[in-house]
Design a protein around this ligand. Structure first.
Ligand code: ADP
Ligand code: MG
Length: 394
């Protein structure tokens, strides 16, 4: 697919040009993989549950060539420090190679799975804001995985690439993320949200045509950097696993929503934190089901209150929100939005806001003013346009 002549194509051309300057040869190809926002279903992906992400127009673009030796050269337009050079036969998990650990981890995961990847030259640039809960890390991994899959003729499917990318992040980088981000970047399609069962990776592309209904989904990046590595994420995960063990199920996904009160009663001997986490996960899986039903019925406006409920659950039960995210939600709803919630891992990052198109400006203004009044860094607001998943650009 060629994107020449478009704004996206211009970025790809710049990336290819920079590749030539760095490595002195044409790249064999250019690939792109997007960041994502999650509409609903948060902290459910490591509980075998349901999620509903959509790909953003923001994406990582990589120019890549194979090498016949075992040298891996990595360069990012967005990071100072020049080319990182590694030996693909000597890649060590958790060896802290900084940003390069994400693409290097993909090479490591491919080789560990027995795929004949030797070396590569990579230059990339990304428009996905980092640490904003929009999955800049998954975009980096998936674009690398897709490029190597095609160049080395590995024949892996997008879900298989997503699983390898997640393995890179879990085992090589050392971040215990679930599968949502990589699946979203690899598998989303334009104009759709991805309804994903994270247990068996079965999926459905759900038409999500906001514009046709006069609606918009806004992303509000609070500019508060999350740091999922600080143990809070791992702690929620451990609480969910304790809950599942105590309830005698493989994962919390196996607790039907109708049985939640009984399950909570059975957890009376567990900590309050375990009970709260169980309540969040089981109820958020149910909110995904409710959202799907509403989208299938074409009732997009009714998704608003479900988002607000989801936010309350993340704030009060899972306790992963922060004052900035709470302020986005309360201000947006008070100024006429249909609904809003934090999205991604929380502790900063981004919120999503569902609005009537005609209310976009008023809601954006209200949120921006509320941030200023609270002395917070001005937020960045942009529409979430459901965009294509990872693909070859040229
Ligand atoms: P998120 O995925 O929510 O943006 P993460 O902490 O998971 O946040 O990943 C962010 C990290 O990914 C950055 O700190 C950096 O190491 C790496 N990264 C993302 N985009 C780029 C880029 N364009 N160039 C180099 N590294 C990047
Ligand atoms: Mg990430």
């Amino acid at each position: 697919m060629s994107e020449s002549g478009t704004a996206a194509g211009a970025v790809a051309d710049t990336v290819a040009e920079e590749f030539r300057r760095l490595y002195g040869a044409e790249p064999e190809g250019v690939w792109a993989a997007p960041g994502r926002v999650n509409l609903i279903g948060e902290y459910t992906d490591f509980n075998d549950g349901f999620v509903m992400p959509l790909a953003l127009p923001h994406r990582a673009v990589a120019a890549v060539s194979r090498r016949t030796d075992q040298v891996l050269r990595l360069h990012s337009a967005d990071v100072a420090g020049g080319v990182v050079q590694l030996d693909t036969a000597a890649l060590e998990p958790l060896s802290d190679t900084g940003w390069a650990a994400y693409p290097a981890g993909v090479v490591w995961a491919l080789r560990a799975a027995g795929h004949p990847v030797t070396g590569a030259d990579v230059h990339l640039a990304s428009t996905v804001p980092t640490g904003a809960g929009l999955s800049s890390s998954a975009a980096l991994e998936v674009v690398t995985a897709l490029a190597l899959n095609e160049l080395y003729g590995l024949g892996l499917t997008p879900p298989e690439l997503a699983v390898l990318a997640q393995r890179a992040e879990n085992a090589f980088v050392g971040v215990p993320c679930g599968i949502m981000d990589q699946m979203a970047s690899a598998c989303c399609t334009e104009g759709h949200a991805l309804y994903l069962d994270t247990r068996d990776l079965s999926q459905r592309q759900v038409p999500f045509d906001l514009a046709a209904q006069g609606l918009r989904l806004l992303v509000v990046d609070t500019r508060v950097k999350h740091a999922l590595g600080d143990g809070a994420y791992a702690r929620r995960r451990a609480a969910c696993e304790s809950g599942a063990r105590a309830l005698g199920v493989r994962a919390l996904r196996d607790i039907p929503y109708g049985e939640l009160p009984e399950a909570l009663a059975r957890l009376a001997g567990q900590s309050e934190e375990v009970r709260r986490c169980v309540r969040h996960v089981v109820s958020d899986d149910h909110r995904v089901e409710r959202t799907i039903a509403l989208l299938d019925a074409g009732d997009l406006r009714a998704v608003g209150p479900v988002l607000v409920e989801g936010h309350a659950s993340l704030r009060d039960d899972l306790r992963v929100s922060c004052p900035e995210l709470d302020l986005v939600v309360t201000t947006a709803v008070a100024s006429g939005a249909l609904g809003a919630r934090m999205t991604g891992g929380g502790f900063g990052g981004s919120a999503i806001v569902l609005v009537e198109e005609s209310d976009t400006e008023a809601v954006t203004k209200a949120v921006t003013e509320a941030f200023a009044a609270s002395g917070f860094t001005p937020p960045r607001v942009f529409p979430a346009i459901p965009s294509p998943g990872a693909h070859r650009v040229s």
